[in-house]
Design a binder for this molecule. Structure first.
Ligand code: FNR
Length: 185
């Protein structure tokens, strides 16, 4: 099963990138997680959306062929970062490749609130008509004080956090299978 992880931070030492890579390694027996570089996307521009650059077309194809999408979002000024908003804006137009796609939201912050505000905003965005991704109600993974929770290899060392992630991912994968089964029926 192919899952695309869209990470809202493009900085080298990003905790959210580390979280995405941890997910990629930890669930490798169940899913193949692809992490595209969102920095390669130009700013969304309605003037060019019908003849979008190749990088945008390829990005949309990647989402179309994915079984699901994991959004890994930092919180910027109580909302989602522009990098992620930009990617979603491209995906919300013309082919609408996120439509009906099972999505999961996770996120990490150095602060105490675990990206709860960014995640709330993102759930609302995913519900927009042009986006229309499917999220599982109540399935939430919030990671606070992230600076204390990874070791030097990028592995999560806090076992309560790992257990929470396991729960969230397994609920999500059941949801992905369930939606696929309904689609086939
Ligand atoms: C932040 N940060 C932050 N944290 C938070 O919990 N709520 C917030 O509203 C914000 N706002 C914010 C704005 C901007 C512009 C920056 C750069 C940072 C802190 C942020 O969560 C922290 O820097 C994370 O480490 C960013 O994620 P990555 O880059 O480590 O993945």
């Amino acid at each position: 099963m192919k899952i695309v992880a869209l990470v809202g931070s493009i900085r080298k030492a990003s905790y959210n990138q580390q979280l995405a890579k941890f997910v990629q390694r930890r669930y490798i027996d169940q899913i193949d997680v692809v992490i595209p570089d969102l920095a390669t996307l130009p700013f969304y521009d309605q003037d060019i959306e019908l003849e979008a650059p190749e990088v945008v077309t390829e990005f949309k194809k990647l989402i179309t062929t994915a079984d699901g999408v994991i959004f890994v979002t930092p919180e910027y000024n109580r909302g989602i970062p522009g990098v992620l908003a930009n990617a979603i804006d491209w995906l919300s137009r013309v082919e609408h490749p996120l439509k009906g796609k099972p999505a999961m939201i996770i996120g990490a912050t150095m602060g105490p609130l675990g990206t709860v505000r960014a995640q709330g905003m993102l759930r609302q965005i995913l519900d927009a008509p042009g986006v229309a991704a499917r999220t599982l109600p109540g399935n939430e993974f919030l990671m606070s004080t992230v600076q204390n929770k990874f070791d030097n290899n990028g592995d999560l060392i806090d076992q309560t956090t790992v257990a929470g992630l396991d729960r969230c991912v397994q609920n999500y994968l059941k949801f992905v299978h369930e939606l696929a089964r309904i689609k086939e029926a």
